[in-house]
Unconditional design. Structure first.
Lengths: 147, 97
C-alpha cells in the first residue's frame, strides 16, 4: 500500500529522536521566536508610546512565554509518565491545559488590575507572541513527486 | 455621570464578557476535539509516527488556543480596565452633560 501521508516531519529521518528531544527543540525554537516578537512589539511601543506601554507589551509577551515554558515542562513529565504507565499521561495534559488558563487569567488580573499596566499594548504583544506557534519548524511539506 | 448609568454599563459589560467567554470556551472545545480526532486518525494510520504526531498536535493545539486566550485577555481588559466607561464619560462631556 502506498504511503499517502503528505506531510513528512523533518525529525522523522532520525527514528531515534525521542519525544522529549522533539518537544524540547520545538519549545526552545518557539520561545526564541516569541522572545524576538515580544521584543519587537515592546520596542515599537517604546518608540511610539513610551516606557509604560513598552513594559506592558513585554509583560503580555512574557505571559505567553511563561505558558509555553510551563506547558513544555508538563509535556516532559507526561512523556516520562507515558514510559512507565501508558495512558496515565492524559491527566498531565488536562492539568497543563487547566494551568495555562489559570496562569493566563492570574497574570492578566495582576497586570491590569494590580499593576495598572495599559491593556492595549499588553494584548497586542500577547496576540503577536502567539504567532510564535507558527514557527515551531517541526514539519516540512513533501510533495508526492519528491517521495 | 449617574450611578445608574455606571451600573448599567458595568452590567452590560459583564453580560458581554460572559457571552464572549462562553463562545471562546465552546470554540476551544470544538477545536481540541477536531485536533485530537485527527491525531487519533493519524495514529491509527501510522502508529510509528505517534511521537511526531503528538508533538505536532500539541503545537497545533497551542496555536488554536491562541484565539480563546486572546478573547480571555480582551475579557479581562473589559473587566479590569473597562474602556466603555471612559468613552461614555467623554461622550457625556462632549454633549455638555
Amino acid at each position: 500500500m502506498q504511503n499517502s501521508f503528505p506531510i513528512k516531519p523533518s525529525a522523522m529521518s532520525d527514528d531515534t529522536t525521542s519525544l522529549e528531544t522533539t518537544l524540547n527543540t520545538g519549545a526552545s525554537k518557539m520561545l526564541a521566536v516569541q522572545a524576538l516578537l515580544t521584543a519587537g512589539v515592546g520596542l515599537a511601543f517604546y518608540v511610539y508610546q513610551g516606557q509604560l506601554a513598552a513594559q506592558a507589551a513585554l509583560y503580555g509577551g512574557g505571559i505567553v512565554m511563561f505558558n509555553v515554558w510551563m506547558t513544555n515542562r508538563r509535556m516532559q513529565t507526561a512523556a516520562e509518565i507515558a514510559k512507565i504507565a501508558p495512558g496515565k499521561e492524559v491527566r498531565i495534559f488536562y492539568l497543563a491545559a487547566v494551568l495555562r488558563f489559570v496562569f493566563a487569567i492570574g497574570f492578566f488580573i495582576l497586570g491590569m488590575g494590580w499593576l495598572k499596566l495599559p491593556p492595549v499594548p499588553m494584548l497586542i504583544a500577547f496576540a503577536v507572541a502567539h504567532l510564535g506557534y507558527l514557527f515551531n519548524g517541526q514539519y516540512k511539506y513533501v510533495s508526492d513527486n519528491e517521495k | 455621570m449617574s450611578a445608574e448609568l455606571i451600573t448599567q454599563l458595568y452590567a452590560s459589560t459583564a453580560l458581554i464578557v460572559g457571552i464572549m467567554l462562553a463562545a471562546a470556551g465552546f470554540a476551544s472545545a470544538l477545536g481540541w476535539a477536531l485536533i485530537c480526532s485527527k491525531y487519533l486518525e493519524g495514529i491509527a494510520r501510522q502508529p510509528e509516527m505517534r511521537p511526531q504526531l503528538m508533538v505536532q498536535m500539541l503545537f497545533t493545539g497551542g496555536l488554536m488556543e491562541a484565539f480563546p486566550f486572546i478573547v480571555l485577555g480582551i475579557a479581562m481588559w473589559f473587566i479590569f480596565a473597562n474602556p466603555f466607561l471612559g468613552a461614555a464619560q467623554a461622550a457625556i462631556k462632549a454633549l455638555g452633560g
